[in-house]
Design a binder for this molecule. Structure first.
Ligand SMILES: NC(=O)C1=CN([C@@H]2O[C@H](COP(=O)(O)OP(=O)(O)OC[C@H]3O[C@@H](n4cnc5c(N)ncnc54)[C@H](O)[C@@H]3O)[C@@H](O)[C@H]2O)C=CC1
Ligand SMILES: O=C(O)[C@@H]1CCC=N1
Length: 278
């Protein structure tokens, strides 16, 4: 049976653990998790999902087929450093860290091993992640199947060249936050036009789900779907004119570009640090 060790016990680890357990892909006794120091958090994951938690490295990573790195990018050096002695050419190392390159992970590991870089999003918690995945040349077909199986338990996967992962991060890694931001604004607007907040929230979520389902199932482009909503001289046209006056589409394009640039900067900072110390 495959053994998986999670280094980091935050929201991303929890989402993946939840997906893996509910798909029954790997049973809870073969999943191990650790974090920096918050034992209460590990206790919670144990009581919620039945996974093992430990601060003993032997127990955590000895014989692990897969190690999933899920700490913040700034903590990667310390995180990989602590388990480095346990890594072998048989280990499959999967990182979900924004920006951190496969090359940096290989340097930190200090040996030749299979490395995958994945960029899921928090909708993994409800099985609806959109996950970009890139791997190094050491990853075997069997390991690739395992990687895809893991991330398919939490949603859709797309295998991409590593050069595209920063772009995927700015698009779908951060993407849920962009939609939450719009919904926040719609909630504020709903209050201002006199709607009950709970009812407005239900209406907004259903509208978002409906629009997503339309885009997923209809052959029409988002532009055509928008035109179908927009009666000439009607309410939608009046509303969209305001968005256009604020150049909201350009703002979103720039928002994505900035997120992509930040992913690159975070990764470059770590590459630079490794060049210095290697
Ligand atoms: N939250 C998100 O939307 C997404 C996050 N990611 C990536 O996932 C990673 C984790 O994100 P979150 O779960 O949101 O972060 P988080 O801050 O909730 O969790 C980080 C975890 O790592 C642990 N940790 C830190 N240093 C450690 C070390 N040396 N050894 C063991 N554990 C250590 C912390 O104790 C904590 O449990 C980040 O690198 C982020 O770039 C990727 C896709 C989406
Ligand atoms: O904001 C971040 O850095 C992480 C990576 C993608 C989503 N959240």
């Amino acid at each position: 049976m495959t053994k998986i060790a999670f280094i980091g016990a935050g929201s991303m680890s929890e989402a993946l653990i939840s997906g893996i357990i509910s798909s029954k892909m790997i049973s809870n006794e073969n999943i191990f998790v650790t974090n920096n120091s918050n034992k209460e958090r590990l206790n919670y994951l144990h009581s919620q999902y039945g996974v093992n938690f430990t601060y003993e490295l032997d127990e955590l990573v000895q014989d692990a087929d897969v190690i999933i790195l899920a700490m913040k990018p700034k903590d990667v050096k310390q995180g990989v450093g602590s388990i480095q002695a346990y890594l072998s050419e048989k280990t499959l190392l999967i990182s979900v860290l924004a920006g951190v390159s496969i090359k940096s992970l290989e340097l930190l590991a200090g040996k030749k091993l299979s490395v995958a870089r994945a960029m899921p999003n928090t909708s993994a918690a409800v099985g609806k992640s959109a996950t970009g995945i890139a791997v190094n040349e050491t990853v075997t077909d069997k390991q690739m199947e395992l990687i895809l199986n893991i991330f398919q338990t939490v949603g859709l996967t797309a295998v991409v060249e590593e050069t595209k992962l920063d772009a995927v991060t700015g698009l779908s890694g951060s993407g849920p936050a962009y939609f939450y931001y719009i919904v926040e604004a719609m909630e504020k607007g709903a209050l201002e036009v006199g709607l009950d907040p709970d009812m407005a929230n239900d209406l907004i979520i259903q509208t978002l789900k409906g629009a997503a389902e339309m885009m997923a199932t209809s052959k029409k482009s988002p532009l055509e779907l928008r035109q179908n909503v927009t009666s000439p001289g009607g309410t939608t046209e009046a509303g969209i004119k305001v968005l256009e006056s604020f150049d909201v589409q350009t703002a979103f394009i720039n928002c994505m570009k900035e997120a992509v640039a930040r992913s690159k900067t975070m990764g470059d900072a770590i590459s630079e640090e490794l060049k210095v110390s290697n």
